[in-house]
Structures are given as structure tokens and as C-alpha cells.
Design a binder for this molecule. Structure first.
Ligand SMILES: Cc1cc2nc3c(=O)[nH]c(=O)nc-3n(C[C@H](O)[C@H](O)[C@H](O)COP(=O)(O)OP(=O)(O)OC[C@H]3O[C@@H](n4cnc5c(N)ncnc54)[C@H](O)[C@@H]3O)c2cc1C
Length: 467
């Protein structure tokens, strides 16, 4: 019997357009292994909402690919499985998290010591960080020239179909997925996620198809409207690798061709957003401390407030600002929040409450189903003004005006803040101006104008220290 090929699955939980699977399957019978490694990422082990998604994604993949599930340090488990099965080669998809280079080198060394060939494949990104560099051979630190360079580098390769594969006969024991207890039980706070998502490759393909059919045409104008379903909601699927960015890219290109240029403006906007994901990952490779340290170091001298009570009110959606509370409650109920509202709630935490951006990043890490080490860190630092190509700190969103502009009738607010269900559009984003505001909804926890003045003083203080 020919020796088996080990396929180590990571954030690539799909069968189609899967370079590592395709290469492994071409060599012989495979053993698909998934390792739940809570040790290697340390403080960045999967948060609660991610674990819920992972459970369902593995369950979906396991229907078509008999998985060997193991818990432990990935390098230890791989060494053990290679020895037990006498596999002659290992295939896996590259990952860009800060702890990955050390893990991947360790796995390579294990393979070398055991005389196993080790193959690392791309597939999570369209462009490897080494492939997109500026004229000086450095990683781009500004998005616009980065995206221009991506477009100029040519079309990403076309996606590939599911390869024919054979599963090796092996005597390995697999953990039972249920025994990992990835889904919450007492209480089951994720119960309400179920109606909103279909984790797994099929769900990812459905999300892409319905986005193209129902929303793409309106994406450029509508992507900032949380009251309307005009974005793709592909982020958790892309994060877990249930769909490759190549598949999304090529489907959008095909739709553009079908509609003979009518979709171009919206479609290009969408492709550009997909490139933000690439940009975040390239920056993370350049600056692996991105999730914990301000890219612009002066921001780490910001006089942050340490109010557990304020943080708690923000997390629970009890700030008294309807658009902020709607976003935080959407997050709690669904594991997701619309991008425009993510920017508003992040700005509110950092600037109105003067709370360190890392507190918000951690909360999102635990509560988002698309929690992604690169996108989350880059986005929080973008809002904080401390990132590479960030929004200036002094751009302080006014939560009332943001609500009026992007949720004009208050439909989004009413969906998530039932206390305001009967408030008219005129007052929905500032209910404290009503003659009789609803008694069960809190008054604003901070005054916008005062908060703005305090935030600007904090900015001035770090500039002064620098001078
Ligand atoms: C404070 C904050 C935290 C965030 N944390 C995360 C996170 O942990 N994980 C995450 O995937 N996104 C994060 N984002 C980015 C963005 O909000 C989500 O990617 C987007 O809302 C996902 O919805 P969608 O799939 O419908 O997006 P669409 O508008 O349909 O965009 C398509 C895809 O492009 C990518 N994308 C879109 N916007 C961005 C962006 N600004 N940065 C990077 N990639 C982007 C995503 O993969 C997304 O699925 C964060 C944004 C903010 C402001």
C-alpha cells in the first residue's frame, strides 16, 4: 500500500479551489487532519463566536471529507501523526498570523527530521506579501498605491474545481467534534446566530450567489447603509477559508462581463474591499505586533481612561446613542456588525469614551464570527488613527449625524433596539430631544461636544510629548 499524504487543514475549510488539497490528492491517498490548537496563538486563541462558527464549519466539511480531529499543539500533533502513519509528505495552506512563521518552520523541521516532504501552499490571499512591493522593494503602507499595484499585477488565477481524492486507510483515532464543546450551552448565547448564517462551503457559495443576484448592483451606493442588506456578508466565510478570494473575485468578474459594464462601478468597489483584506494581511506580516501595539508608537502614550463601567455599557449596547447601541446589540445577537456601524462604535469607544482601542479589539475578537487577526487589528488601528494608512484621529464621528445619514428612517436602530420601536424618524437618533423619551432607554452616557473636546485634548497631549 502506498504511503499516505497528510493534509493539515487550517483556515481553508473547503474542497473547491484548494491548492493544498489539490496537490495532496494528486500524490496519493490523503489523511485530512484538523488540529484545535489553543496553545500556539496564546492570548489569540479563538474567541467564543469563532468557536461556534468553527464547530459548524467542521461539521459541514466533515460530511464530505472524513476528518481526523485532534486537540493540542499543532506541531506536536503533526509529528505524532506523521510517525504513526508513515506519511511521506505534508501539505498545508500558508497562514499570516504573527505566530505562524515560527509554527510553520517548526513543522518544516519536523518533516525534515522524519524525511517527509513539506509543502506550503497559498490560497488564503490573492497576492502573497512577497509579490506586491513598492519601487523600493518594501511593503506598501498606503492602501491606494497598494491596490493599484494589485490591479496592475494582473488578474488573479482562475479558481479550480474540487479535485478527485481518495482517503487513505489509517488506524488513527479522531476526537468527536461535540466533545470539543465549541458551542456554548449554559447559557446558549449563540442560539440566535443560527437564523443568520450557514457556515461551510455551501453556505459561502450561496452567500456569494445571492449577493451577486440581489445586491451587487447597488453596492457602491448602498454599502454604507446598515438598514439595507447590500453587502456580501462573506467575511466569516473568507476568514475560515470556506470560499477562496479567487472564487469571489472571479465570480464578480463574470457578473461584470454578463452585465456588459453596467456593474463596473459597484463591482470595482467590491473588489477594492477585498483588497483591504489583502492589505491588512500584508501589514500584519510586516508588523507582527499590529494586534497589540500602535503602528504609530506615539499613540501608545495616549492618556486612556480605565472605566470598567463605561466599557461594560458599550459592550452591552447601553450608551444612550441609538446607532452605537444597535451595532453592539446586532453584534451580540448575530456575531456580526455592519462595517459602517463598526466604524461608528469603534470611534465612540476610542474617542468619546477615551478607552484604549485594544479593549474594543478584544471584545470584537470574542464576539465576531469573522474575528480575524489581520482585519481586526488593522481596522481598529485605522479608526484609532494609530495605523499605517489610518483615518486621522481628529475625525471623530458624531453618532447622531452618522445615524441620520446612513439609517435615515431608523429602521436599523429599531431592529436592534426595541425600546425605540415607536420613536419617529425625526427623533430616532437623538431620542433625548423628545418631549417624553422612552423611559426604558438610557440617556446618553457622555455629551458629544464635551467628549470631542476631551478627545482633542488627549491628542494634543501626545503631540506635545513628541515635540
Ligand atoms: C473596528 C473594525 C473591526 C473590524 N474587524 C474585522 C474582523 O475581525 N474581520 C473582518 O473580516 N473584517 C473586520 N472589519 C472590516 C469590515 O467591517 C468587515 O470585513 C465587513 O463588514 C464584512 O462584511 P461583508 O462581508 O458584508 O463586507 P463586504 O462589504 O461585502 O466586503 C467584501 C469583503 O471584503 C473584505 N473587507 C471589507 N471591508 C474590509 C475592511 N475594512 N478591512 C478588511 N477587509 C475588508 C471582507 O473580507 C469582506 O467580506 C472590521 C472593521 C472595523 C471598522
Amino acid at each position: 500500500m502506498a504511503p499516505p499524504i497528510l493534509l493539515w487543514l487550517r483556515q481553508d475549510l473547503r474542497l473547491s479551489d484548494h491548492p493544498a488539497l489539490t496537490a495532496a490528492a494528486a500524490k496519493g491517498a490523503i489523511i485530512p487532519l484538523y488540529v484545535l490548537d489553543d496553545d500556539t496563538p496564546g492570548e489569540w486563541r479563538w474567541g467564543g463566536a469563532s468557536r461556534w462558527w468553527l464547530h459548524h464549519s467542521l461539521a459541514a466539511l466533515g460530511k464530505n471529507l472524513p476528518l481526523v480531529l485532534r486537540k493540542g499543539r499543532a506541531d506536536d500533533v503533526i509529528a505524532e501523526v506523521l510517525k504513526q502513519t508513515e506519511a511521506t509528505s505534508l501539505h498545508f495552506t500558508r497562514d499570516y498570523a504573527p505566530w505562524s512563521p515560527a509554527l510553520e518552520s517548526c513543522v518544516k523541521k519536523i518533516c525534515d527530521d522524519l524525511n517527509v516532504t513539506c509543502h506550503r501552499h497559498g490560497g488564503f490571499l490573492l497576492h502573497e506579501p512577497e509579490a506586491i512591493k513598492n519601487g523600493s522593494g518594501e511593503t506598501y503602507k498606503v492602501f491606494t498605491p497598494f491596490s493599484r499595484a494589485c490591479f496592475a499585477s494582473g488578474e488573479p488565477r482562475a479558481p479550480k474545481p474540487v479535485p478527485k481524492f481518495e482517503i487513505a486507510k489509517h488506524g488513527l483515532k479522531s476526537d468527536r467534534l461535540d466533545d470539543w464543546q465549541l458551542t456554548p450551552s449554559k447559557p446558549d448565547w449563540a442560539k440566535s446566530f443560527e437564523g443568520h448564517w450557514q457556515p461551510g462551503e455551501q453556505g459561502a457559495q450561496k452567500a456569494l450567489a445571492s449577493f451577486i443576484d440581489d445586491a451587487l448592483e447597488h453596492y457602491a451606493d448602498g454599502r454604507d447603509r446598515p438598514d439595507q442588506p447590500l453587502t456580501s456578508r462573506l467575511s466569516p466565510h473568507l476568514h475560515w477559508g470556506e470560499i477562496s478570494p479567487h472564487q469571489a473575485w472571479s465570480a464578480i468578474r463574470a457578473a461584470m462581463d454578463r452585465k456588459l459594464g453596467k456593474l463596473d462601478h459597484s463591482a470595482e468597489k467590491f473588489l477594492n474591499e477585498v483588497l483591504w483584506r489583502e492589505f491588512s494581511n500584508h501589514l500584519l506580516v510586516l508588523f507582527p505586533d499590529f494586534p497589540t501595539k500602535s503602528y504609530r508608537p506615539e499613540f501608545d502614550d495616549m492618556p486612556w481612561a480605565k472605566s470598567a463601567d463605561h466599557l461594560h455599557k458599550w459592550q452591552k449596547g447601553q450608551t444612550g446613542y441609538p446607532i452605537v447601541d444597535a451595532g453592539m446589540r446586532e453584534l451580540w445577537a448575530t456575531g456580526f456588525m455592519h462595517n459602517r456601524v463598526r466604524m461608528v462604535v469603534a470611534s465612540f469607544l476610542i474617542k468619546h469614551l477615551q478607552i484604549d482601542w485594544r479593549e474594543g479589539e478584544r471584545w470584537f475578537w470574542d464576539t465576531l464570527v469573522d474575528a480575524d487577526i489581520a482585519n481586526n487589528a488593522a481596522s481598529w488601528q485605522w479608526v484609532a488613527g494609530s495605523g499605517a494608512d489610518a483615518s486621522p484621529y481628529y475625525r471623530i464621528f458624531n453618532p447622531v449625524l452618522q445615524g441620520v445619514k446612513f439609517d435615515p428612517q431608523g429602521d436599523y436602530v429599531k431592529r436592534w433596539v426595541p425600546e425605540l420601536k415607536h420613536v419617529s424618524a425625526e427623533f430616532i437618533h437623538a431620542p433625548w430631544n423628545m418631549p417624553n423619551p422612552p423611559a426604558d432607554y438610557p440617556a446618553p452616557m457622555v455629551d458629544h461636544a464635551q467628549a470631542r473636546t476631551r478627545a482633542m485634548a488627549a491628542l494634543a497631549s501626545i503631540k506635545k510629548e513628541q515635540a
